[in-house]
Ligand binder design. Sequence first.
Ligand code: SF4
Ligand code: SF4
Length: 84
Amino acid sequence: MSESDQNKAIEEYKGSCICPTCPTWNKCAKDANEKLFCVTGKSADCISEIKGCMCPTCPLAQSLDVGITHNCYCVKGSEMEQRG
Ligand code: SF4
Ligand code: SF4
């Protein structure tokens, strides 16, 4: 997949990410269009403290069979990173 196709896919998946319903997500993350941390990894500058995590209930995560064993991706890193 080319980089532009990858970026397009990421933007599409961001539409299904439910981080905006999470108490941990904040205005900084919103303004920076930060979502889909399970794929893209930790929040760059916006989120450092977990106040809850919606990932275990995320339909996108469930469809990919992730979000239960690992989650809190915005602080702990992507699924790939957490799997080591
Ligand atoms: S698992 Fe979490 S980070 Fe990934 S799309 Fe769902 S809500 Fe967003
Ligand atoms: S990754 Fe989890 S903890 Fe972080 S904002 Fe998304 S739902 Fe909330």
